[in-house]
Design a protein around this ligand. Structure first.
Ligand code: NAD
Length: 265
């Protein structure tokens, strides 16, 4: 299946590393122009923009803290100023601040909710406003595509990560509510829920003995790569997925299949 995004303009948040970087690269390889958002990884974001340009694509690095409304709005404005519109937004930026609930600081609770949930809402709101305003740009069957990066922890409880699980549980209904609200405008809102994907966010959790434990939770028997998510994201924002609205696509090697029940429970 040849998936093309030619003529389309994408913003990918948290794209200086991990899943966001792979998604931005994947979109660019499929012909989209890509705004590579970063908060702290300026060098990495600029290196990715250069790599895309050297491969014949178009990209620029744009700094914004997704939990700050003014910075999110400025990121959209810079993208529109440069390329004239926005067709695809992947609200991917996220972080973990882990602790048992009885020890978690209010700051760590708030920071994770601010970035993972409020940050995605701010990007979603800016995206929907933009899609409404610009109307049909004639580059896709849909008037705009928004992808929320969720997690298997939108359904699997996760002890020691109550802030993270709450943020992703929030994404599940935020995404569906937005999808229901804006589908009549021709805008598609969906989510991807990755399982264990090897990136900076979980470098320690997936190493050595921990990695062996995690593998027991994955029926398909391997840790995922960022490209596993990028490939699904590229399909999901393309016209090949034009009838997919309000869906969470689990990309998890079967992690949500209750693998402990494989041996009769
Ligand atoms: P990562 O740490 O490599 O990437 C997260 C990115 O978000 C980083 O580039 C970071 O700088 C950026 N970021 C953090 N706070 C930000 C802010 N306020 N504004 C802008 N950018 C900010 O980790 P990743 O695994 O690539 O995570 C990407 C997304 O995938 C996250 O939403 C994460 O919850 C989700 N996810 C990852 C996994 C996994 O196993 N890696 C599993 C499920 C869900």
């Amino acid at each position: 299946m040849d998936i093309r995004l030619d003529g389309q303009i994408a913003i990918v948040t948290g794209a200086s590393s991990g899943i966001g970087r792979a998604v931005a690269r994947g979109f660019a390889l499929s012909g989209a122009k890509v705004a590579v958002n970063y908060r702290s990884g300026a060098d990495e974001a600029q290196a990715l923009a250069r790599e895309i340009a050297e491969a014949g694509g178009e990209a620029f690095a744009v700094r914004a803290d997704v939990s700050d409304k003014d910075q999110v709005d400025a990121m959209f404005a810079k993208t529109v100023e440069r390329w004239g519109g926005v067709d695809i937004v992947v609200a991917n930026a996220g972080l973990q601040k882990d602790a048992d609930s009885f020890e978690m600081t209010l700051d760590d609770w708030r920071q994770v909710i601010d970035v993972n949930l409020t940050g995605q809402f701010l990007c979603a709101q800016a995206a929907i406003r933009r899609f409404r305003e610009q109307g049909d740009r004639g580059v896709s069957r849909s008037r705009g595509k928004l992808v929320c990066m969720s997690s298997v922890h939108e359904v699997i409880p996760w002890a020691g990560h109550v802030n993270y699980a709450a943020s992703k549980g929030g994404i599940a209904l935020m995404m569906k509510t937005l999808a229901q609200e804006v589908a009549e405008l021709g805008v598609r809102v969906n989510a991807i829920a990755p399982g264990a994907i090897r990136t900076a966010i979980n470098a320690e959790e997936l190493d050595g003995e921990n990695g062996e434990q995690v593998l027991k939770l994955i029926p398909y028997g391997r840790i995922g790569d960022a490209e596993d998510i990028a490939d699904v994201a590229t399909w999901l924002v393309s016209d090949k997925a034009d009838y997919v609205v309000g869906a969470t696509i689990f990309v998890d090697g079967g992690m949500t299949l209750y693998p402990a029940f494989r041996d009769n429970g």
